[in-house]
Design a protein around this ligand. Structure first.
Ligand code: GAP
Length: 579
């Protein structure tokens, strides 16, 4: 079957080449020397001097040309985090930070492909929310602010997580990520102890709890007895009496302290003296840099409310238990907008809704799988005291459904706090209504690294091409770290290499392009597929001896088309940039 994608390609090519349609057809090569190189993998296409052009009407031939691609829709369901972490390391997306010194928990380094992907994510966000809107301007504030900023914002007093220590092993845990339950015998109702499990998906938590309960009953008269269903509570709710029986996840004995607050801000000292007056903090969010620049940014851009200020930058949190790879790390990047709106009970809701929709549209425009996304509306205790509403966009990671980003209606809490803390007037004067007010704001806040992880998960794909299993990343061309790979058919044929090099140099002026001249062509395709390169352009003997045409291979369908060399850039432009 000719897939939907190949129809799209065909349509586009028809525009590029109104008279004759060029498509690739697989025919047995007479030149064994060349075809041998092409047999590196299952999608054996004979890109040889015997390949011929065919007309647009020759669809039967074209269908025959397509290798059998059998997608595996279950691939993501079976994907384990260890496999993802290993792929990221192996192909240069993400390395553990300072690995040669045994790493540093909660910190990661982005390799050559990771740096590209991260940059593409940030560029796409900036393009969408700053350049793409007339009512948003950008900002790049310093990471270290005057420490009073954090007093006013409430971070110094309240930006903490509940922590417990294991007195025996000295390990620390986040109390709200540990869940305990009494083990109660069904027959007698007697409580024989407690289990304690770390937050995970329901299945894993249950498995762990059952294992612990079994161990607890083993060697007692109750061995094998039936127990009540576990009633989990998070550890912040444990009483001192319960804590004296709850086992530590590290020692297996009741050696945990009672929970206490742990401030997540990283402290540093500014200047030569290391005294109290020199204490400063690495910002735990980019948002406060926006609030403290509200007057400057509004004034200089002569903006009128509603108006947003956007910022991308590093944030630091001394997470007690960084985990799940880059999902929760200690150093990460945020992309945040503070969108200032007039006050009023009936004003914020449509703006909040609009930012929720726009955030979702942005995420799907990057190729994020909609079927893995969801909404989580915060209510009651889940809502900060000053916030009117907060809705998260969630994503189903291999370790469960988790927050990807938040869209909050924050009222005017932050500007009011900074106005009081600094003694500066942060009112806005509305020319139209002659009203003076402290604006309220909507805050869409998204982590670059968390989105990076979600995009890799979304893109993870497996299929079978011509009978062989293939793993690849189906990144949207918009964010793919490498857009095109240029492959000269043979690396030791000077005219082939020269022609390929010329094309490569031209393409590099527009996109990040890779050059791959070694190994069988099939193996080279696999290498490109595994890192999510959407297009491979192969320069073969027809290119240099016959008609100057090249083949362009599509990563997802593995289909190949033949187009004239001069059409490569317009064709790829349309595919990658959409114009
Ligand atoms: N200004 C609001 C704010 O910072 P948040 O929910 O704490 O809100 C917003 O963070 C987003 O930043 C999260 O939805 C997530 O994408 C990202 N994020 C937060 N903590 C993170 C961490 N430790 N590691 C990676 N990303 C994080």
């Amino acid at each position: 079957m000719v897939s939907y994608r190949s129809v799209a390609l065909t349509t586009l090519l028809a525009t590029l080449q109104p008279r004759s349609m060029f498509a690739f057809t697989p025919v047995a090569s007479s030149a064994a020397r060349r075809t041998a190189l092409l047999r590196g993998a299952s999608s054996i296409y004979s890109i040889s001097s015997t390949a011929r052009f065919m007309s647009t009407t020759d669809t039967a031939e074209e269908e025959k040309a397509a290798p059998t691609v059998i997608p595996n829709p279950e691939a993501y369901e079976k994907l384990k985090m260890e496999e993802l972490v290993s792929l990221c390391k192996r192909r240069g997306f993400i390395f553990p930070s300072s690995e040669i010194y045994n790493g540093m928990a909660g910190f990661y380094d982005y390799g050559p492909l990771g740096a590209e992907l991260k940059k593409n994510i940030k560029d796409a966000w900036w393009k969408h929310f700053v350049h793409g809107r007339e009512d948003v301007e950008g900002l790049d504030s310093s990471i270290i602010h005057n420490p009073t900023t954090w007093k006013s914002s409430g971070h110094l007093d309240g930006f903490s997580d509940p922590m417990v220590d294991c007195k025996e092993t000295k390990l620390r845990f986040r109390a709200d990520q540990l869940f305990y339950a009494p083990v109660v015998l069904k027959e007698s109702g007697e409580r024989v102890g407690y289990v304690l499990v770390q937050e995970a998906n329901d299945e894993d938590m249950m498995k762990d709890a059952k294992k612990q309960a079994k161990k607890l009953l083993k060697g007692t008269d109750n061995k094998g007895a039936e127990i009540e269903a576990f009633a989990f509570r998070d550890l912040t709710e444990a009483t001192e009496e319960e804590m004296s029986e709850i086992p530590s996840p590290a020692s297996g004995k009741p050696t945990l302290t009672m929970p206490r607050d742990f401030n997540l801000m990283f402290q540093t000292n500014v200047g030569a003296m290391s005294d109290e007056a020199s204490v400063a903090y690495l910002r735990p969010e980019t948002a406060q840099g926006i609030f403290i620049n509200f007057k400057n940014a509004m004034g200089t851009s002569r903006a009128k409310i509603p108006f947003g200020i956007a910022q991308i930058g590093k944030a630091f949190r001394n997470e007690i238990t960084p985990r799940n790879f880059i999902f929760r790390s200690r150093e990460f990047e945020q992309m945040e907008v503070e969108y200032f709106i007039p006050p009023g009970d009936d004003v914020w809701e449509p703006f909040h809704k609009q930012w929720m929709e726009d955030s979702k549209d942005f995420l799907t425009s990057l190729g994020l799988r909609e079927d893995l996304m969801g909404w989580d509306v915060h209510e009651g205790d889940g809502l900060a005291h000053y916030a009117r509403a907060c809705t998260d966009i969630t994503f189903r990671f291999p370790f469960g459904v988790q927050e990807l980003m938040g869209i909050a209606a924050r009222g005017n809490f932050d500007l009011t706090q900074h106005s009081e803390g600094s003694g500066k007037n942060l009112d806005y004067f509305c020319d139209a209504t002659k009203e003076k007010y402290i604006p309220h704001c909507i805050e869409p806040s998204l982590g670059v690294d968390r989105l990076f992880l979600a995009l890799i998960c979304s893109a993870y794909a497996e299929d079978e091409v011509g009978g062989e299993k293939r793993n690849y990343l189906s990144f949207s061309p918009k964010i793919a770290p490498v857009k095109v790979s240029v492959l000269p058919l043979l690396k030791n044929k000077e005219p082939l290499v020269k022609a390929a090099r010329e094309l490569y140099d031209k393409l590099r002026k527009r996109w990040n392009v890779s050059w791959d001249a070694t190994g069988a062509i099939g193996r080279r395709y696999r290498r490109a597929d595994e890192v999510g390169t959407p297009f491979c352009v192969t320069i073969d003997f027809d290119t240099i001896e016959k008609d100057g045409s090249v083949t362009v291979r599509d990563r997802d369908t593995t289909e190949q088309i033949r187009i004239p060399m001069e059409e490569v850039i317009p064709y790829l432009s349309k595919q990658i940039d959409g114009y």
